[in-house]
Design a protein around this ligand. Structure first.
Ligand SMILES: C[S@@+](CC[C@H](N)C(=O)[O-])C[C@H]1O[C@@H](n2cnc3c(N)ncnc32)[C@H](O)[C@@H]1O
Length: 232
């Protein structure tokens, strides 16, 4: 369904596609680096070992923004593979430039709706972990239906994770943190690593972004949630 369809028939999306101006360097990155880092979805499920050329564990970051976190993680963990999914072109361009500068070979990027990726292209039990950092909070009540974390999301992540795999979410919006807690706690296939109903201390594994540092200076809270897929 396209955006020219009547409003009542359009799918509810968790993002607004802003055109956003790309810098010349970002535009060039699409021309020269997309063949190295970009994946284009077709009808077949992704064959991750073939894509990465190895069977290292795969982490998916959903909505990576400008990609600084993903680039940092990829550099710190050459023994893992990273898939990033983001709809916003300047962020994709920014990340490709970083990856080329640091000569990363363990990252691939999809520019598409993460829900479409999870619904149709990711094989069952193919991911060791999923990261969802600071998703759009859609804080007005009438927009809550656009939040990416909802029961279908929990089910899709559960299907994509290997047994024992981890979903790590973080938000600086308390109401969304509580919503995430409710949705994930209601899914019988996950265990909250911090104990039922508890938020986790910020794990050292989550890079501290500029965005979060600014929030810390302003005294904003951040809530981390770590849910493990049951081992069976
Ligand atoms: C508030 S930003 C946070 C970016 C980044 N994770 C960070 O912590 O700085 C949320 C990002 O998620 C992306 N996004 C939202 N819904 C998405 C979806 N369904 N599929 C892919 N990306 C999505 C948006 O384009 C946006 O860049």
């Amino acid at each position: 369904m396209t955006d020219s369809a009547p409003r009542s028939l359009r799918p509810i999306r968790s993002y607004v596609l802003r055109q956003g101006r790309m810098t010349e360097a970002q535009q060039r990155a699409f021309d020269t680096l997309w063949p190295r880092y970009g994946l284009t979805l077709d009808d077949a499920p992704l064959d991750l070992p073939a894509i990465f050329g190895n069977t290292n564990p795969v982490t998916l970051e959903i909505g990576f923004g400008n990609g600084d976190t993903l680039a940092q993680l990829a550099q710190q963990h050459p023994e893992r593979n990273y898939l990033g999914v983001e709809v916003h072109s300047p962020g994709v361009g920014h990340l490709m430039i970083k990856l080329a500068q640091q000569e990363s070979t363990n990252v691939r990027i999809l520019q598409t709706d993460a829900l479409a990726l999870l619904r149709h292209q990711l094989p069952t039990a193919s991911l060791a972990s999923v990261l969802l950092y600071f998703p759009d909070p859609w804080h007005k009540r009438r927009h809550h239906k656009r939040r990416i974390v909802r029961p279908e999301f929990a089910e899709l992540i559960h299907r994509a994770l290997t047994p024992g795999g981890l979903l790590h979410m973080a938000t600086d919006w308390e109401d969304y943190a509580r919503h995430m807690m409710r949705v994930l706690s209601a899914h019988p296939g996950f265990v909250n690593q911090a104990g039922a109903g508890e938020f986790s201390p910020r794990p050292a594994s989550r890079p501290l972004t500029k965005f979060e540092q600014r929030g810390q200076r302003l005294g904003h809270g951040v809530w981390d949630l770590l849910f493990e897929r049951h081992a069976r």
